[in-house]
Write a protein that binds this ligand. Structure first.
Ligand SMILES: CC(C)(COP(=O)(O)OP(=O)(O)OC[C@H]1O[C@@H](n2cnc3c(N)ncnc32)[C@H](O)[C@@H]1OP(=O)(O)O)[C@@H](O)C(=O)NCCC(=O)NCCS
Length: 153
């Protein structure tokens, strides 16, 4: 895999490739093709992909309704993880959200998903509450919040 990774807005013709990656990353509750189409059709959504050697190796999405935003999803191909790609994807979306007037962004993450928790903490998210047995297998969710840098919200 080359070291050149670009981040760009997700396009409809990339949905099939994203969906194949989604199935690898979330085998128990992967979003369907229709769900991705539905997301891209919403004016309140912002999605981007990471491209390497003409392949989609990661994707992320945000629900954005200033002053609020929610991280919808983020995933990176297993063979490309640990190279900062999720940080690039979410960093790009969060910078755009900051520019569009978002003052804070929320997300839910599975307790124990250490890679995701490390990533989110690095991006400025702080855990604010816990949702017991939120996931079908009984695992808790942590709710995390990121204020826009420099904001008092
Ligand atoms: C979570 C995920 C998107 C991270 O992607 P990534 O491109 O590897 O992320 P990054 O390289 O930008 O950052 C990951 C951080 O977690 C760290 N990390 C990776 N695995 C870890 C582990 N098992 N325990 C602790 N930290 C870990 C990395 O070292 C890195 O930390 P750093 O910034 O201090 O170096 C990826 O692991 C993934 O797709 N997981 C499956 C889908 C998923 O769980 N998505 C999140 C749903 S809420």
């Amino acid at each position: 895999m080359s070291s050149v990774v670009t981040i760009e807005p997700m396009r409809w013709w990339q949905i099939d490739e994203v969906r194949r990656l989604e199935e690898r990353l979330f085998p128990d509750d992967a979003w369907s093709i229709e769900q991705f189409w539905g997301e891209l059709a919403q004016p309140t959504r912002r999605y981007c992909v990471a491209i390497c050697d003409d392949r989609v190796i990661g994707y992320a999405g945000l629900f954005l309704l200033p002053p609020d935003a929610d991280v919808q999803t983020v995933g990176v191909a297993p063979e490309a993880q640990g190279r900062g790609i999720a940080g690039m994807l979410l960093g790009s979306l969060l910078a755009g959200a900051d520019d569009e007037g978002v003052t804070h962004t929320l997300l839910e993450v599975r307790d124990g998903n250490e890679a995701a928790l490390t990533l989110y903490a690095r991006l400025g998210f702080v855990a604010i509450s816990r949702r017991p047995r939120y996931y079908p297998d009984g695992t808790d969710a942590l709710v995390m919040r990121r204020p826009r840098p420099g904001s008092t919200a």
